[in-house]
Design a protein around this ligand. Structure first.
Ligand code: 9MR
Length: 406
């Protein structure tokens, strides 16, 4: 009721203009339309299709260029169809607000330095009622922070820190030890030289960001899908003990952050999830510090595992917290209305799975707009994986997220 009241009071603010101008989201053109063709102050008439596609949309911020973009704070559209005839999200709720109301610690997004010059993008990113948590998509990784041995650079990483601090957003550190985006000098090491370099890297990274993060992905993607260990330089040279070593070093470097192992394809029972459970049990038996498991959640529309919740519960039963750390749900392009609706259902189901588990502390989407998604370059022909489209217009998936927290 409160949300409805807020929506109506926003509409009411534009009521004096209705006689001569169309209200925000009102029709302002199209075949057969004989009503007003100008819009209320602060909105522009935007073409969507020949019949009912001219709607008065709010302009974003103070500048121009808002045409066609539905800002996240606007009222619900009476027309659920956006450009290209695809449905749009209409919820006026804010994602972090609804997540916290549901008892979660945050709803967040990844972001990357190169995106921070996009003012329309940062206008959404900076809203801590939408995103209460930020993950650095790339600039805290090993290749970005220690490109040559002992030569640490945190300029890009610190830009993400400043952004989150300035916005009052939590940070998830990402990441410390990963086979990918690893500078080549690391691959040439072995034995104690490798172990020292790994401990030094993680200690320096966590010390630099000491007290700044809610949680930190210390080990990323240690297993193959069949449950065998990934044969990267760490496993090949140090065996499984590299996990123990680096978690212990991380706890010493920053006792205040929650230490995570982060992995994909844990959402259904498999050799990988079995191996992760065994690893957790062996770490716990050896008193190695570990606080959480990150379920990355890189999923496919129409193929979201129904086992997501029970898989997370396997780990919370061991006393750990869990988080969905890199959620996106991709589709085969081109996007259709049916795929958008299925994606909405899929997002709702994933969020509901976390919502049902007290120790699922939060959800992070892997950036929030299709404009900056990693998916199309990695899976050619797939995309549209995020809740905002590439024009920063909310998709039905947004409404699915809100519904999942209900
Ligand atoms: O989003 C990241 C993308 O910009 C990089 O090109 C890519 C390179 O490996 O890494 C992406 O993020 C990955 C994350 O760090 C770990 N899980 C998988 C993510 C998507 O590839």
């Amino acid at each position: 009721m409160l949300k409805l009241a807020a929506a109506f009071s926003t509409l009411a603010a534009f009521a004096p203009f209705v006689a001569s101008q169309s209200a925000v989201w009102g029709q302002c053109g199209g075949i057969g339309w004989s009503g007003a063709s100008t819009c209320a102050s602060g909105s522009v008439c935007t073409y969507s299709n020949a019949y009912y596609s001219r709607r008065c949309t709010l302009t974003v911020g103070t500048g121009s260029g808002g045409g066609g973009t539905a800002p996240s704070s606007t009222v619900s559209s009476p027309s659920p169809t956006g450009s290209g005839g695809l449905p749009v999200g209409t919820s006026t709720s804010k994602l972090n607000t609804v997540a916290k109301a549901a008892g979660k610690t945050y709803f967040g997004t990844a972001t990357d330095n190169s995106e921070l010059t996009d003012a329309a993008y940062t206008a959404i990113l900076d809203d801590n009622t939408e995103f209460g948590q930020i993950s650095p998509a790339n600039s805290w990784k090993w290749d970005a922070t220690e490109p040559s041995q002992g030569d640490f650079t945190f300029t890009q990483g610190d830009a993400i820190l400043s952004l989150a601090k300035g916005n009052g957003q939590l940070l998830r550190g990402h990441n410390c030890v990963w086979y990918n985006q690893l500078p080549s000098w690391v691959n040439s090491l072995s034995g104690s030289a490798l172990s020292s370099a790994m401990v030094n890297h993680c200690t320096t990274l966590l010390t630099h960001y000491k007290g700044d993060t809610y949680s930190f992905d210390i080990v990323n993607e240690p297993f193959n899908d069949d449950g065998t260990w990934r044969t990267d330089v760490f496993y090949n040279s140090l065996g499984t003990s590299y996990v123990n070593t680096v978690l212990t070093a991380a706890r010493t470097a920053d006792p205040s952050t929650k230490l995570y192992i982060n992995e994909y394809n844990l959402e259904y029972p498999s050799g990988k999830s079995d191996s992760m459970l065994s690893l957790v049990q062996s770490l716990q038996a050896a008193d190695v510090p570990l606080d959480g498991i990150g379920f990355q959640g890189h999923l496919i529309v129409g193929q979201v595992p129904t086992t997501f919740q029970s898989q997370m519960e396997e780990f919370t039963a061991l006393g750990l917290e869990v988080a969905i750390t890199e959620l996106d749900i991709r589709m085969t392009l081109p996007a259709t209305a049916a795929l958008y609706e299925q994606q909405k259902t899929d997002y709702q189901n994933v969020v509901a799975a976390c919502n049902a588990i007290e120790k699922c502390v939060g959800i992070t989407i892997w950036d929030f707009t299709d404009k900056y998604s990693w998916v199309p370059s990695t899976f050619p022909g797939s995309g549209a994986a995020l809740p905002w489209d590439s024009n920063l217009v909310k998709k039905p998936a947004f409404d699915g997220i809100v519904a999942g927290f209900a």
